[in-house]
Design a protein around this ligand. Structure first.
Ligand code: C2O
Length: 544
């Protein structure tokens, strides 16, 4: 059993020293390395004042929903002085994932890589890398991120943006006071490196590129893809991307910047700064002075380059081989159509709010801004058949008031509030179309589904056309993942098989949108066989 001690640690970035919540005093948190098939027992001990819960992002948690981690969804959070053992087995998954806190905005400092190696004796379906290097992107606030989001929820306005992006916790030379805090990747000429890229940023999708080098994408969200070469990748919060980096055949007499900055489509303000790390070649020449080397910088797409984003996501295809098949559901039992959208909620009487026209910012799925319970978790109320007063099962399968989603936005932008879920019998095959809207501006939303991988069978701009668009769906080799960007002013169609009993959260992985209510949950019922049932809760499950 490994132990994660949640404790404070003083950390300095951008010349600001502050106490942050960490795992084992590390920022970013420690790397967890496992193998496909392993059972993990991870004890989380809370030594801070905040309530804590940890999510193993992308792990399917077959029958072990109690170990999934989202606060008030699958567990009450772990309170000060308490501990909880996350107990789960990694089945049928290998690749790069990550873990992060799943309560409020604590994941801004509580995150780390979760690496699943293939079973002993099995190989990667690509050339064996000389070395593997995780690169985890994060977001740094000089202020306390918990104060940032609580102030925003109070005032109703947009939260303050971060002060820097980080690469393995380091902002790099393009920020004030940060040249010494630069991630360096030291490589040899003529080798292959596997970079495990993880976007753990709180609110921003990122473009990433290395000057004068090509990257070959081989895996996303712990699923192999058909390899393709690109200079730049796009990675949303919640997504992971494994790329092969083939170094130059000979010592290049140059140093190369690796940079990342946002892909942002919304109309709100965002942190438009750039994180940089260094790719340095080792030389055998003894008298070489690396200070004299030219420093090359990559050119990243424009901050709102949706055309790049579309081209990039269209290149992602499942490997779809006999060994790694794409098990796309070919028939659909239940169709769902969800709008994902910003919106507003009313300001309290005698208060002035900072959101649009004096209201508060909100966000919703099918106009329901999802409220979490506060005295229990959804999974507990489901398992113990105590849903009364906690949740209802009437989540709308299509919008109650259809409109021209991507046309002129309606005048009424108010959302409704509720804790509504969708109930699915075991093994239901689901097709879900998620539609962006123009309410308060079109925006790309990275939607994350817990408990499942899904296949991205189609996407497009404008309103989804249920008559003509399905004819173009890819049911052969669509990419399989756990987080997908709903195109700005467009839609995406996914399919998944509901073969995992439990309560599964689905939300925008831009944390500010989750905070505003862009979230919902699915209840998947038990099947008949013993291995199709949710296991009983562990005895140390935290109480609210
Ligand atoms: Cu990575 Cu529900 O989260």
């Amino acid at each position: 059993m490994s132990t994660l001690q949640i404790r404070y640690e003083n950390v300095t970035r951008l010349c600001h020293r502050k106490s942050i919540v960490t795992v084992n005093g590390k920022f970013p948190g420690p790397r967890i390395v496992a193998r496909e098939g392993d059972r993990l027992l991870i004890k989380v001990v809370n030594n801070v004042h905040n309530n804590i819960s940890i999510h193993w992002h992308g792990i399917r948690q077959l029958q072990t929903g109690w170990a999934d981690g989202p606060a008030y969804v699958t567990q009450c959070p772990n309170q000060t002085g308490q501990s909880y053992v996350y107990n789960y087995t990694i089945t049928g998954q290998r690749g790069t994932l990550f873990w992060h806190a799943h309560i409020s905005w604590l994941r801004s400092t509580l995150y780390g890589p979760l690496i699943i190696l293939p079973k002993q004796g099995s190989q990667y379906p690509f050339p064996k890398p000389h070395k593997e290097v995780p690169i985890i992107f994060g977001e740094w606030w000089n202020a306390d991120p918990e104060a940032v989001i609580s102030e925003a929820l109070q005032s109703g306005g947009g939260p303050n943006v971060s002060d820097a992006y980080t690469m393995n916790g380091l902002p790099g030379p393009l920020y004030n006071c940060s040249a010494k805090d630069t991630f360096k990747l030291k490589v040899k000429a003529g080798e292959i490196y596997l970079l495990r890229l993880i976007n753990a940023a709180v609110n921003d999708q990122l473009f990433f590129s290395i000057a004068n080098h090509t990257l070959t994408v081989v895996e996303v969200d712990a699923v192999y893809v058909k390899p393709f070469a690109t200079n730049t990748i796009l990675i949303a919060p919640g997504q992971t991307t494994n790329v092969l980096l083939k170094t130059k055949p000979h010592y290049p007499n140059a140093t190369f910047l690796m940079t990342a900055r946002p892909y942002a489509t919304g109309s709100g303000t965002f942190d438009n700064s750039t994180v940089a790390g260094l790719l340095e070649y080792k030389t055998s020449h003894k008298n070489h002075h690396s200070t004299a080397l030219p420093l090359l910088r990559p050119v990243l797409p424009a901050l709102n380059d949706t055309s790049f984003a579309t081209k990039f996501t269209n290149k992602l295809r499942s490997l779809a081989t006999a060994q790694f098949p794409a098990n796309v559901p070919q028939k659909v039992d239940r169709h769902f159509f969800f709008t994902v959208s910003l919106g507003t909620s009313p300001c309290k009487k005698n208060q002035t709010c900072q959101g649009p026209n004096g209201t508060k910012f909100a966000a919703s799925v099918n106009n329901v801004s999802f409220a979490l319970p506060t005295t229990t978790s959804l999974l507990q109320s489901h398992f113990f058949s105590q849903s009364n007063g906690v949740y209802t099962t009437n989540f709308p399968t299509t919008p109650l008031n259809p409109f021209n989603y991507t046309g002129t936005p309606p005048n009424n932008t108010m959302v409704s509030n509720g804790t509504k879920m969708v109930v699915l019998p075991y093994n239901t095959s689901v097709e879900l179309v998620m539609q962006d809207t123009s309410i308060l501006g079109a925006e790309n939303h990275p939607l994350h589904l817990h408990g499942f991988n899904f296949f991205v069978v189609g996407q497009g701009f404008g309103n989804f056309d249920p008559k003509n668009d399905p004819a173009n769906f890819n049911l052969v080799d669509p990419v399989e993942r756990n987080t997908v960007g709903v195109p700005s002013g467009g839609w995406v169609a996914i399919r998944f098989l509901a073969d995992n009993p439990g309560v599964w959260f689905m939300h925008c992985h831009l944390e500010v949108h989750t905070s505003w209510g862009l979230r919902m949950a699915w209840v998947v019922l038990d099947g008949n066989l013993p291995n199709q049932k949710l296991l009983p809760p562990p005895s140390d499950l935290p109480k609210c």
